[in-house]
Write a protein that binds this ligand. Sequence first.
Ligand code: SF4
Ligand code: SF4
Length: 467
Amino acid sequence: MDSHALHPPDLSVTIGEHGRRKWVYSDVAHGRFTRARTILYSVLVLFYVAAPWLSIAGQPFLRFDIPARRYSIIGMTFVPTDLYLLALFLLLAALGMFFFSALLGRLWCGWTCPQTVYLDGVFRRIERWIEGTPLQRRKLDNGPHDDTYWAKKLAKHTLFGAFSLFLSLSFTAYFVGPQASFGMVLGSVAGHSAALITALIIAAASYANFAWFREQFCTFLCPYARFQSVMLDDHSLIVGYDPQRGEPRGMLRPTDLASRGDCIDCKRCVQVCPTGIDIRDGLQLECISCTACIDACDTVMDRIGKPRGLVRYDSLAGIARKPRRVIRARVLLYAVVMAVLLVGFITRLSSREAVALTVARAPGLPYLAQNDGKVRNTFNLYITNTEAHSETVTVSVIGPAGVDLLVPGQPFEVGGGERINAEAFVMLPAAQIRSSETPLTFRLTQGDNLLSTQPAVFLGPIHSTAK
Ligand code: SF4
Ligand code: SF4
């Protein structure tokens, strides 16, 4: 990326002299992109709030149950034994982000990121509703702190606080489930005190973010924004100003129309920018590709009878009148690696046992010689059910003649998405032990159905007559 360098954050337009915050009083743009974004934001606010309530074939659509170490993503449930699958999925998601950013720039930031969706779709709307236009908001902030000032600020921040709490409960629902999350406020907090404290901390952070931090979150905190310079290149889609067409800019005067570019320097594109930047300065770190400046400038072009697109979706190459290459080496590389990972992910996922058994040797003594002439080994069993419904399962063992198994609590009822632990004691007559490591096979069955098998080794002293 060479044509327009991203300027460093220490020159951010939201930071004034001596590090003081410069407030952005952005106006609302009108046009096709703004209309489309308004509809999409409404859908996404509903989706982000509703997602923890949704399920696919009985499995949560999205749930990150950290204490139980059970993660449901798009209805697929991952348990600790699926760590490699989860890692593959996260790798795919990260590569997908690189792939789409190389092609479509910061489309995610401007159109679907929860930070933008909630800030633009909810909090700025509340602010406009209570405090009015940018001019009225600026006057209110710079004017006397009278009764009107305090009444408006109190109303705005009360609504901000209430919605932040609602957002926090929606967010917590992704981890503890919606009933538990909203139940903490609507019902009893007994047994949920840790989750409630977490929800209150998230609500406070959310309020601070949306009431004060705002666009600075994207510039200074979001790692995605910081990666822009490596993810984008001259052929990625960006929102850009066309200086060849716009310059030299200047007020619309009939006398020198021929010598001027199309930009009439009305600054409408700056007034609507939620991050407070001037798109005419080139691609900047703060630009979230929200398209407000496109709509603003198109409206101005319509009014002065010039073609739309002085500010437009394009690439740096396109704006420099060079051919834009959609298919390029990095895009192809991402696509190929993603395809390989996707095939691996689907293959592993489809071969995954729905109800699986894992066997581990119990810590402590390797074996115990019993008084009845048998040798005993102790194992820990982990039974994982990734199905939506519960299963009743039994564990058995195959080994040399005389092998005996005791599993207290059998048969087990394993709930959908649950993982249970059990202890298993394997006994073998000492006379049958021909090797210090006798192979065993644990079997997990449901009725006559064999669900899973696991190899294990029985440790014991070799019987003197068997040597
Ligand atoms: S809105 Fe268009 S015409 Fe007005 S200053 Fe911005 S680029 Fe120039
Ligand atoms: S420069 Fe334009 S696209 Fe970028 S954040 Fe500002 S208004 Fe949105």
